[in-house]
Design a protein around this ligand. Structure first.
Ligand SMILES: [Zn+2]
Length: 313
């Protein structure tokens, strides 16, 4: 098995998935959708249990390390499954008889590519992206997608309220970070994920970001039953802090929408500490903090009655 770079670009992620797919028939690979620039957004599935859990990485370009965490998890899970070994107290064979795991390693492949490979990775949008980037060629901290929309502000939760916050921050259009877009789910990446969330009866969503070592789980300050207790368990596994977001962080995110509108318990896990993008050296210590959560979280997903989407704001 090839090693996983701490911040894998699209080619490294694809090569690893090719290898895992060839090696393990258990792994079912499909396409969640495509990015604005046409890059594939792979969706991986493990198991056929009745309770579904979704892991999502790299909503943000400068948070590509989250894709490495999810790919390492996938790789270790498959290897343990084949060997009949338990990991972090979890027996993979048993787990997959009662759970289905869905993994999207990188929802924002164009943003990750801008950070890892620079402006020239964005093809015909390069000049437009340079303008949104204040005229600079340095996209090493780019968070948005290739249209300058921050995908984790583009979900349908508090969208209108956030427009006021946005303009007070001086953000009036496409930007490296924090611009929410023209309307909810305007972007191909968020539209694809929202379609998936509406079509699969998920019992838990884990959305991975960097950084801060915090776990968010509320929408407008409210959580679903048991979420606070589960977040406390996740906090004790990782040493992260269960927290309620404030300010610009609390609008339009996947967790805001999934908890507030879809009735799906969702957790935003901010991995690591420092400044994005985290340096390669941050990977190994953070992996060890995160590993128990990655393997054990599905045990805390309960079968749910499917709720109707709540459109009221
Ligand atoms: Zn993020």
């Amino acid at each position: 098995m090839q090693s996983i770079p701490p911040r894998p670009d699209a080619a490294a992620r694809a090569a690893l998935l090719d290898e895992l797919e060839n090696e393990y028939p258990l792994l079912v690979r499909s396409l969640l959708g495509r990015s604005l620039l046409g890059r594939e957004i792979p969706l991986l599935r493990l198991g056929e249990g009745g309770t579904h859990v979704l892991y999502v990485g790299a909503h943000h370009g400068a948070e590509g390390m989250t894709a490495a965490f999810l790919l390492r998890f996938l790789s270790e899970f498959l290897s343990a499954y084949r060997a009949g070994r338990s990991v972090e107290g979890i027996n993979p064979t048993f787990l997959l008889s009662v759970r289905t795991l869905w993994i999207v390693p990188a929802l924002n492949p164009d943003g990750v590519e801008l950070v890892e490979r620079g402006l020239s990775s964005s093809g015909f949008l390069s000049e437009r992206i340079r303008q949104m980037n204040g005229g600079s060629d340095d996209t090493s901290e780019w968070q948005a997608n290739a249209r300058g929309v921050d995908l984790n502000h583009n979900y349908d939760a508090g969208f209108r309220a956030y427009k006021g916050v946005e303009s007070s921050l001086g953000i009036l259009g496409g930007s490296p970070t924090r611009y929410s877009g023209e309307y909810p789910e305007s972007e191909p990446e968020t539209a694809a994920l929202a379609r998936f969330v509406r079509s699969v009866p998920l019992s838990m969503i884990l959305s991975f970001h960097t950084q801060g070592r915090e776990i968010y789980f509320t929408s407008g300050g409210r959580a679903l039953p048991y979420q606070a207790a589960v977040a406390a368990r996740f906090a004790s596994m990782t040493g992260y802090r269960a927290a309620v977001p404030s300010g610009a962080a609390s609008y339009g995110g996947l967790t805001d929408w999934a908890v507030g509108r879809m009735g799906v318990p969702s957790f935003t896990v901010e991995c690591g500490e420092g400044k994005n993008p985290l340096p390669a050296a941050a990977f190994a210590p953070e992996w060890h903090r995160l590993r128990p959560l990655l393997f054990r979280a599905p045990l805390y997903a309960a079968p749910l009655e499917r709720k109707k989407e709540n459109k009221a704001e």
